[in-house]
Each structure stands twice: as structure tokens, then as C-alpha cells.
Design a protein. Structure first.
Ligand SMILES: Cc1cc2nc3c(=O)[nH]c(=O)nc-3n(C[C@H](O)[C@H](O)[C@H](O)COP(=O)(O)OP(=O)(O)OC[C@H]3O[C@@H](n4cnc5c(N)ncnc54)[C@H](O)[C@@H]3O)c2cc1C
Length: 380
């Protein structure tokens, strides 16, 4: 495991300033409902505006509408968006991972069909990995693709599918060949599935705070044509593992509760901070600085052609625990039980952090699984 120290270059700092100016003009404080990191709301118009600036699908090739930029450039943009609590929800998954895996594993037809609308911020993707009996042990998925004329019939149930009710497509991990010799990693494939396809039913799973964020997706004989098999048939496990590497290690894993601290300060503007509040700020700033450097180092490694999946796992493990710790520390400072209906933005954000915070160390791989990945990497 290696985290080489790195800093933003001159052009990267210029990009950062550009994004800050854009956000200051587009989303002035009080003009929008500031969200907790990537759990932000969906605003298709905002996604399109961002795309028009060249900030969606940044690392994808220009010939498909992308911008051939680096992982660090994307880091810079995403860090600013998340710090701002911008409504990034609609393009988030497509931008973070689906575009990249279609570019890497997809056919030329798939690239031409999906990448340009992703880069325009016009196509939302969900992730169809988890199932009622397969979360951490993802290779045990039981959704099955059965061969039929010209394609596959999908049967099975996915759960915790974020945004399936609002997005357009999802990538389904399924079994397309029977289990042989008990090797669960073989015979899995990834299929690109239209979320409005006949036979597909989307049922809401209410979040702890009552909001509709994720779903159960039931598939009954959903027809998926051969041209929508992503990558090589039977190679779904390897592809899926590489997809997970895009999911971890970025600013979305340590900035979710940044806005809670900023709104705490805004709510207390003009009042001298007590020693406990100052101590909390020092503690949080030191940790943000450290996590940011580790996370930036991961992005730099990706640009150097490395596959820092172990380093990413460690960033997510430490980052998401820190996101939860912030909520606890801020709660200790205020004498209130925050209400999601409060007129105060700070209180609403704190309430959201209390109610949704437990999910930070579960989504994208639980703390225990990430520790296991990191420790295996250390001993390799
Ligand atoms: C907000 C949110 C959004 C999500 N969005 C999506 C989505 O869009 N698409 C999608 O496919 N999934 C999504 N998920 C699902 C998420 O990826 C799974 O919840 C996660 O992988 C854990 O799986 P599980 O819930 O089945 O828990 P389990 O795997 O049953 O784990 C239960 C507990 O056992 C522990 N455990 C399990 N195996 C081991 C082991 N080998 N060693 C040590 N401990 C272990 C876990 O750490 C955990 O504490 C989302 C989850 C959340 C909370």
C-alpha cells in the first residue's frame, strides 16, 4: 500500500477557481436546499448545465462527447460540488462509474449509444448489484439470465437500488451460466437494462427519514437483447470488481457531512465560538486535510495507470467513519434534537446527518469488508 504525497498543479487550481465561481453564481447560499454529499437531490437542469461546462464525463474520450481530462481534474470538480451540497444526484452514478465501465468494456455501438448522453448530463444510471441475500457476498447473486432467441430473459430481485425510480437504466450483475465446482466468481455477467422495460417492477423502500431514495427492483422475464450485454459474457465478476474501485476513495466518501459543519458556523455567525467548538473545528480540519491528501493521492495514482483499489478501500473505511463522527461531535455542541422540518437549514442538515449517517459505512461496501480488503492488500 502506497500513498504518494501530491498537490494540485497550477492548471488544477485554476479549474478549482472556475468551479467555485460557477457554483457561487448558480447556487448562492439560501437559494437551494443544500444536501449531504452525493445523497443530493436530482436536478436534471443542473446536471445539463454542469455538462455544458464540460464537467460531466470529464475523463471519457472526446469522440464520445467526453473531455479526455484526468482523474485529478474530476476530483477537483467533484470536491467543490460536494462541499457545496450541489444537486448532483441525477448524473452521479453515470459520471462516477457507469460511463467508465461502458467505455472500458462496452462495444463500439454501446459507447456511441450511451456515452454522449451521459456526457450531456441527460442519462441517469443506477447500480443493480445487491440482492435480498447478496450484499457483501456479491458473488452469490441469484438473479438469472436465461438464454432466449436474440438475447436473455432476466429473472430475480435487486434491492437498495438507489434512484431506480428516477433514473433511466441500470447495470445488472446476474448469473448467465450455472454454478460449476462451487466457483461463484465464474458465470456472472453484467447487462445494461432499461428501467422502463416490460416485466420490470420498481417498489420503493422508504429510508429511515421517510424519504424515497432506494428501491426493490423485481424482474420477471425482462428481455435484454444480446447487444446490451456489457463486456464479455461470464466475465461479470472481474468487471464488477473494477467498477467498485471507481466507487471508493473519492471525495464522496469523506465530504458527506462537511456542510453540517459549515452551516453550524453560518448559524453561529457573529457569536464567538466557545473552546469546545474551536476544538471540534481543529479536529475536523486536521482529519479533512489528511483524508483529502489520501484521496487526492488515489486520483493521482489512477492517472499514473495504477489500480489503487486497496488504498481506495482504506480511504472509504476511514472517511465514512469520520463522516459519522462529525455528526456526533456537532450534536455534542448543540442543545437540541434536530428536526427535519426545522426552518433552520443547519438543523435540517443535522437531522439528515443523524438519520442517514448510519448508511455511510454500509453503502459501497461495509466497514468490515473494506478492512478485509485493506488488510489483504497489506499482507499481499
Ligand atoms: C444508502 C445506500 C444505498 C445503496 N445503494 C445501492 C445501489 O444503488 N445498488 C446496489 O446494488 N446496492 C446498494 N446498496 C446496498 C449496499 O451495497 C449493501 O447494503 C452492502 O453491500 C451490504 O450488504 P447487505 O446490506 O446485504 O449486508 P450484509 O452483507 O448482510 O452484511 C451484514 C453485516 O455483516 C457484515 N459482514 C458481512 N460479510 C462479512 C465478512 N465476510 N466479514 C466480516 N463482516 C461481514 C457486514 O459488514 C455487515 O455489518 C446501498 C446501501 C445503502 C445503505
Amino acid at each position: 500500500m502506497r500513498f504518494a504525497p501530491t498537490e494540485l498543479t497550477g492548471p488544477e487550481l485554476e479549474l478549482q477557481a472556475e468551479v467555485r465561481d460557477f457554483l457561487a453564481a448558480e447556487l448562492a447560499p439560501g437559494s437551494y436546499d443544500r444536501a449531504l454529499g452525493m445523497g443530493a437531490g436530482k436536478d436534471k437542469e443542473f446536471s445539463k448545465k454542469l455538462a455544458a461546462r464540460g464537467w460531466v464525463g470529464m475523463a471519457l474520450p472526446t469522440r464520445y462527447g467526453g473531455h479526455d481530462r484526468t482523474a485529478v481534474d474530476r476530483f477537483v470538480v467533484v470536491e467543490e460540488l460536494l462541499r457545496h451540497g450541489a444537486p448532483v444526484g441525477y448524473h452521479w452514478v453515470a459520471d462516477r462509474q457507469t460511463g467508465s465501465i461502458i467505455n472500458r468494456f462496452g462495444t463500439e455501438d454501446q459507447r456511441e449509444r450511451f456515452l454522449p448522453p451521459i456526457c450531456r448530463g441527460e442519462l441517469g444510471f443506477s447500480i443493480g448489484m445487491s440482492e435480498p441475500d447478496s450484499g457483501s457476498d456479491l458473488a452469490s447473486v441469484s438473479t438469472r439470465g436465461t438464454r432466449t432467441d436474440g438475447g436473455w430473459l432476466l429473472n430475480g430481485t435487486k434491492v437498495w437500488t438507489s434512484g431506480a425510480h428516477e433514473n433511466d437504466w441500470f447495470v445488472v450483475l446476474c448469473r448467465t451460466a450455472p454454478l460449476e465446482d462451487g466457483n461463484k466468481h465464474q458465470g456472472l455477467s453484467q447487462l445494461l437494462v432499461d428501467l422502463s422495460a416490460p416485466g420490470l417492477e420498481i417498489n420503493p423502500i422508504p429510508f429511515l427519514d421517510g424519504s424515497h431514495h432506494f428501491n426493490e427492483v423485481v424482474m420477471t422475464d425482462v428481455f435484454v437483447p444480446d447487444e446490451l450485454v456489457l463486456g464479455e459474457l461470464g466475465m461479470g465478476w472481474a468487471q464488477n470488481t473494477s467498477e467498485l474501485a471507481y466507487e471508493r476513495g473519492g471525495p464522496d466518501r469523506w465530504l458527506s457531512t462537511y456542510g453540517v459543519v459549515e452551516e453550524f458556523l453560518r448559524a453561529n455567525e457573529g457569536t464567538p465560538l466557545g473552546s469546545r467548538a474551536r476544538e471540534m473545528l481543529g479536529w475536523a480540519t486536521a482529519r479533512w486535510w489528511t483524508l483529502r491528501n489520501l484521496s487526492l493521492s488515489v486520483a493521482r495514482m489512477i492517472d499514473e495507470g495504477a489500480a489503487p483499489s486497496v488504498e481506495s478501500a482504506l480511504v472509504k473505511e476511514m472517511g465514512t467513519r469520520f463522516e459519522q463522527d462529525i455528526t456526533e461531535r456537532v450534536l455534542e455542541l448543540v442543545d437540541l434534537e434536530p428536526s427535519p422540518e426545522s426552518a433552520s437549514l443547519f438543523e435540517r442538515m443535522l437531522a439528515a446527518a443523524v438519520l442517514t449517517g448510519p448508511s455511510f459505512t454500509i453503502r459501497g461496501g461495509t466497514t468490515e469488508i473494506l478492512r478485509s480488503v485493506a488488510s489483504k492488500g497489506l499482507s499481499a
